[in-house]
Design a protein around this ligand. Sequence first.
Ligand code: SF4
Length: 380
Amino acid sequence: MQNRISRLVKTGGFGHVEAVHLGGAFPVVIQTMWKDRLSYACIEGAAGEAVVARINRLKDMGCGLLRFAVPDLEAAEVLGKLACMVSMPLVADIHFDYKIALRCLDFPIAKIRINPGNIGGRDRVEKVLTRAAAKGVPIRIGVNGGSLPQELRRRVEVGELDRAEALVEAAERELAIFDEFGFRDVLVSMKASSAGETIRANRLLAERTDVPLHIGVTEAGPLIAGVTRNAAALYTLLSEGIGDTIRVSLSDTMENEVIAGREILNLASVSADVLNGDMVQPQRAVPDGVTIVSCPRCGRNGFDTHGFTARWLDYLYTLKKKCTIAIMGCAVNGPEEARHADLGITGAGGKVLLFRHGKIVRTIDAIDADIAFREELDTL
Ligand code: SF4
């Protein structure tokens, strides 16, 4: 199997908007999608400050692109204003109405996701492509198993195609239109709710085009099911060098989607380092960051590892330095794991011990654990 080096596509990089490169040998980019409807009230006053703070936090956690559903022209205006308030490249997700795409392109929106099959005839697609090309904004063709064209669905039903082949055919039809208009800044996603179909569709298309691929299992379910299904599909594809940007779709928070994406990328990257043979993933850098070791907790615990981990989780994923943090419950496994971490905290008898690079630096009461941990973390 050959390494897949896809075409390079740049998003953002204008004005205050950060540039993010997709494809080539650039790192795989993690995305998530805003979960609520945007309104003017969301971006004004204290609510607006909270939205900006959350977007900045997602960026610090490792999210490279943030997508928003844009169901109407008002949402386009709101997203356009929001794009002026943050440096994170924002992506507009548009269905059915090409005028919404055109309006988004009046703002510093970094990327457009459309399903050309549902935004009207070729003249409308051409209008969007012409404006996007003039602004240097890339477009993702997003094909979903749940919204395949009628004719392809029928061919699947009669057994002429399987669903993965139908996804590829739908994507190739759209790519042909983009090719015809000479539009090169294009990405493709083909998502199904089945890990197997997602893998097969992306493998098929990866052999036929150099277009960067956005990969993920869609409608993957709640946290545990969603992470498991996405990990199976994304680990497999990334280990084969397929995938330039990922989203772990979850019926859960954006923060957890980003964390799951980071963990999957780390896993694929470590495996590519360790194994030979079929593991041919290009050595694309994975940004430095935290590895969290935490115990599952049991009846021996003298320290609530679940509560402590939940309180610190998002913040730990904003750390830019490469470090291991251990959060352990008791003296059985705690001191050993904590000793091997850069910073470790463990229950031990009635007390809590803090380890730093293998040495005990504090012995404290559980009630003081958060403050002491913060002080040690800040100077790590
Ligand atoms: S470290 Fe202690 S509390 Fe945590 S799971 Fe192991 S034995 Fe239980």
